[in-house]
Ligand binder design. Structure first.
Ligand SMILES: NC(=O)c1ccc[n+]([C@@H]2O[C@H](COP(=O)([O-])OP(=O)(O)OC[C@H]3O[C@@H](n4cnc5c(N)ncnc54)[C@H](O)[C@@H]3O)[C@@H](O)[C@H]2O)c1
Length: 349
């Protein structure tokens, strides 16, 4: 690909999240959206007209894959279609950014990882936009450095609400085949991922799930509890539901032998260290990281979706520099694998 020209991108799937992808690509001066695609023609046409003027639209992803002028794709479709689209895109020589959850099950995930491995010349990135936010990043570094001592517990939760209509309006939602699950693989996957990523990963999961508020509407879980064994020996737990009364309440908490820290609704909620000098040092590191990010995103950016903007900028940069994206398929697959492990455990009881 000629380094001087922009990354010519197509967005596949023109539903809810595509608008944000299209907006972020429009903000990136080194990329341009040249095509959009959706099985539903009205959606593809509308996306081109409203969000990517000049881009062509199609209902067939194969048209995108066959177009030699397209360098990269962004996959914004339902979970079950990710694997086939991503593998076909990579085999056609396109870089791929795929929305979460990478795959609908472990077997599809393996296919995607194999396709990415078979094409090391292409960028294969998985969306986990919260990994680009400054607070999770600095906490991950601090925990890895041992600033909180030995990690003991990593706990998280998301309490949210999704109406029956939310599930009924799109056929893939709330189905094992189309969505793969519900609260864990979809709404709460961001916090599940952050919990694992900040703590340095997990290698075992045991889970219980239930459908407590959407009986007769979805076949998947709306409520889940996952017990985790973290890689470094700490224990973890994650609880989530989309049948409650809260719009979006999230908590992540990490306790080590030297101190503890809590994120509540994406912001630092508390920091307590056994040694006051440690507390001043850790607090200063966090403040510095937040201030640096504030400066970076302060001008000319829409605050809605700074994580997506940062991830799309990172994706474009990785393509242009032939570099590694911050979240590769393999990175995103770690959390996807733990989602599948939790589901397998819950299914077995
Ligand atoms: N990162 C985030 O914060 C975030 C937020 C919302 C959704 N998502 C993810 O984005 C993806 C899409 O979610 P959504 O809410 O936009 O779904 P949606 O149902 O609103 O849109 C999906 C679109 O994909 C189209 N589609 C399906 N298969 C296709 C194919 N083979 N070719 C072309 N078009 C196809 C559908 O017609 C639909 O218009 C999911 O993976 C979801 O988990 C991520």
């Amino acid at each position: 690909m000629n380094k001087k020209r922009k990354v010519r991108t197509a967005v596949i799937g023109c539903g809810v999240i595509s608008e944000l992808h299209l907006r972020c690509f429009a903000h990136n001066e080194q990329a341009e959206v040249v095509a959009v695609c959706d099985l539903i023609p009205e959606r593809a046409e509308k996306a081109a007209r409203e969000r990517a003027p000049g881009a062509r639209w199609t209902t067939k992803a194969e048209d995108i894959f066959a177009d030699q002028a397209i360098d990269a794709v962004s996959i914004c479709t339902d979970h079950a279609s990710h694997a086939a689209l991503a593998c076909a895109a990579l085999d056609a020589g396109k870089h791929v950014l795929c929305e979460k959850c990478l795959a609908v099950n472990a077997s599809d995930l393996r296919k995607m990882l194999a396709a990415a491995k078979a094409h090391p010349e292409l960028v294969a990135a998985g969306v986990f936009q919260h990994r680009f936010e400054p607070l999770p990043r600095i906490l991950r570094s601090l925990i890895a450095e041992g600033a909180f001592g030995r990690l003991l517990t990593a706990t998280g939760s998301l309490h949210t609400y999704r109406s029956d209509d939310y599930f009924k309006n799109d056929a893939w939602r709330g189905t094992k085949k189309g969505e793969g699950g519900s609260i864990l693989i979809n709404q709460s996957i961001h916090y599940f991922d952050l919990l694992l990523w900040i703590a340095g990963g997990a290698d075992k999961a045991r889970a219980f799930y239930a459908n407590l508020g959407h009986q007769g509407v979805i076949e998947t879980e709306d409520t889940i509890s996952v017990a985790l064994r973290m890689r470094d020996g700490a224990v973890g737990s994650f609880v989530a539901t989309n049948a409650g009364i809260d719009q979006w309440e999230n908590v992540l908490s990490f306790q080590g032998t030297k101190g503890r820290v809590e994120i509540r609704n994406d912001k630092l909620a508390s920091l307590k260290m056994g040694d006051p000098a440690d507390e001043r040092r850790v607090s200063a590191r966090i403040e510095k990281a937040l201030a640096a990010a504030e400066k970076q995103f302060a001008k000319g950016r829409d605050y809605y979706g700074t994580g997506h903007q940062a991830q799309i900028d990172d994706y474009v940069k990785a393509i242009l520099t032939k570099g590694r994206p911050y979240v590769t398929f393999a990175d995103a697959a770690e959390s996807a694998s733990m989602v599948f492990a939790a589901y397998a455990s819950a299914a077995r009881g």
